[in-house]
Design a protein around this ligand. Structure first.
Ligand code: KIV
Ligand code: ZN
Length: 546
């Protein structure tokens, strides 16, 4: 019989780590305003816990966690969590950043696998046991709600894992999280590990069992579902599955699996199969818009066939399928597109729409803009509405993202771009940029194509070494008057920076996307983290005892 802690009651807690582990995706770095926008939307989505960042990693991370704690960590809002290694400095900094939140959680971690102990921590098992116990107790001196993670749990000796968990719970951990840090486990194996924990950790009934997993083998969601069947009651996941390397378990996939297959999962939570009570408190109708928002702000495109949120997820191409669906939806559909908030009629605004309608629709899409940003976006909207008859949600998202991104990033500003190209011309570009200290500089270059020429001309002005590693242009909607969205990634040393822009002129969008990425790079070099990387998984643990 699985021992389920009393607090684990009868539903699954959703711990969203889009702003922490998700932000560790190469190039997904978010500005503080963008993090706040996502955090507000996560609260609307109904997540139980938001892991808002890793406060000790950099002053920027600290400020973002503090701001999320202040604005989203309200009485009826989610728990706001900050990550900390098992060091007093990390824990104290996390506690400080979380102070404004009504419900605060400190999440502290130390690795427990021999491979990590030997090569990364250079510590013995007894030392790790002592650190875990001492630092959980220290975290507890700041907040009642402490989560402990034995990093690389899946590759740890289960007997040692049980001991660490027992000591952490005895020291006050209220949630114990079992990470598959390297995305190595398989569903049955993970289920057995979770069951082993419920059977061998004597005080497990005083903590909630959580799971955290990476998707290196594409198994993260399946592993979590098996973990639920064996006693896990908290799932650590990200929107669109973004995160370190191949990403984390995708929130939307987990939530919809539990929603669509409720009858199957109900008995594992002590319910009758027919129970209609939702297994999570997620408002599934917010899934689509949250997914779009995160994709827009991180620049991480969603593959068309991605489960739940890919643009093909509800599209039926084959004649047989279309015929079946028209006769009866259930022939080929296991869930309704509306259940994730997809609306049939996407056309919402036109050139006669007013500011109020514009603001309301943006709010519905998850964007809360300041008066200033709203005004700017509205001007862009009107300009575009003159060129394009029909404006759908994707157009609005593109405008807002483009306008607000350039504003929040600051740095260089694109003033003018002009190209000359064609099958008998040598592609030539002239660009004018305004520098961070307000100097207008113009330069020109030739290239293999118009975009190459523009980028070379910008490089001549900005003069920051970088390597363009990805360039993508997508049409936001169908039609010859569609907006083109440009997403790029560039590399500087070992870091990747993304840039995005949207315009009916794809050369202008390409230039602006490049300037946006360069501005992220510029901001990062202005505000260096105390670590060489913001990636906690790759950080070397400091010790309290050394
Ligand atoms: O993957 C991992 O192990 C983590 C921990 C910090 C929970 O992200
Ligand atoms: Zn992780």
């Amino acid at each position: 019989m699985i021992k389920i802690p009393p607090q684990q009651v009868d539903r699954i807690l959703i711990f969203d780590t889009t702003l922490r582990d998700g932000e560790q995706s190469p190039g997904a770095t978010l500005h503080i305003d963008e993090k706040l926008t996502i955090a507000r939307q996560l609260a609307r989505l109904g997540v139980d816990i938001i892991e808002a960042g890793f406060p000790f990693a950099s002053p920027g991370d600290f400020a973002a966690v503090q701001q999320v704690a202040k604005e989203v960590g309200t009485e009826d809002g989610p728990i706001i969590c900050g990550l900390a290694r098992t060091t007093p400095e990390d824990i104290k900094t996390a506690a400080e950043a979380l102070k404004p939140a009504v419900h605060q959680r400190i999440h502290t971690f130390i690795a427990t696998s021999d491979i990590h102990l030997e090569h990364k921590l250079k510590k013995t098992r007894p030392e790790v046991l002592a650190i875990a116990e001492e630092m959980v107790a220290y975290a507890k001196s700041f907040t009642e709600d402490v989560e402990f993670s034995p990093e690389d749990a899946v590759r740890s000796d289960p007997e040692f894992l049980y001991q660490v968990l027992e000591r952490a719970i005895a020291a006050g951990a209220t949630t114990v999280n079992i990470p598959d840090t390297v995305g190595y486990t398989t569903p049955q194996e993970f289920g057995t590990l979770i069951r082993g924990i419920t059977e061998n950790v004597p005080n497990i009934d005083q903590a909630i069992i959580s799971v955290h997993g990476h998707n290196d083998l594409g198994l993260a969601v399946a592993n979590f579902l098996e973990a639920i069947k064996n006693g896990a009651r908290q799932l650590e996941c990200t929107i669109n599955g973004i995160g370190e390397r191949a990403g984390n378990a995708a929130l939307e996939e987990l939530v919809m699996a539990l929603h669509v297959r409720r009858q199957y999962f109900n008995p594992f939570l002590g319910r009758v199969p027919e129970s209609e009570v939702p297994l999570t408190q997620i408002d599934t109708q917010q899934i689509h818009k949250t997914s779009r928002l995160v994709s827009n702000l991180t620049g991480m495109l969603i593959q068309p066939n991605k489960a739940i949120v890919g643009c093909n997820a509800f599209a039926h191409e084959s004649g047989i399928h279309q015929d079946g669906v028209l006769k009866h939806k259930l022939t080929y559909e296991i869930m309704d597109a509306q259940s994730i908030g997809l609306r049939d009629n996407q056309i919402v605004l036109g050139k006669h729409s007013g500011r109020n309608a514009f603001r309301t629709r943006l709010q519905e899409l998850g964007f809360e803009l300041s008066e200033q940003d709203l005004n700017r976006a509205f001007v862009r909207f009107k300009e575009l509405a003159d060129k394009k008859k029909e404006m759908c949600d994707r157009d609005l998202e593109a405008i807002v993202k483009d306008e607000t991104q350039s504003q929040v990033l600051g740095g260089f500003r694109l003033e003018r771009v002009q190209v000359s190209c064609g099958d008998h011309a040598c592609p030539t570009a002239t660009v004018t940029l305004c520098t961070p200290d307000n100097q207008e500089l113009t330069d020109a270059a030739i290239g293999t194509g118009p975009v190459d020429a523009v980028y070379k001309a910008i490089n001549r002005v900005v003069n920051v070494p970088n390597r363009l590693i990805e360039f993508s242009v997508q049409s936001v909607t169908g039609g010859i008057d569609a907006i083109g969205e440009v997403t790029i990634r560039l590399q500087y040393e070992d870091k990747i920076f993304a840039g995005y822009s949207a315009n009916t002129d794809i050369i202008v969008a390409s230039a602006q996307a490049y300037v946006n990425a360069l501005n992220r790079l510029y901001a990062a070099t202005q505000q260096q983290s105390p670590f060489s990387s913001s990636d906690s998984d790759r950080l070397t643990e400091q010790t309290v005892h050394a």
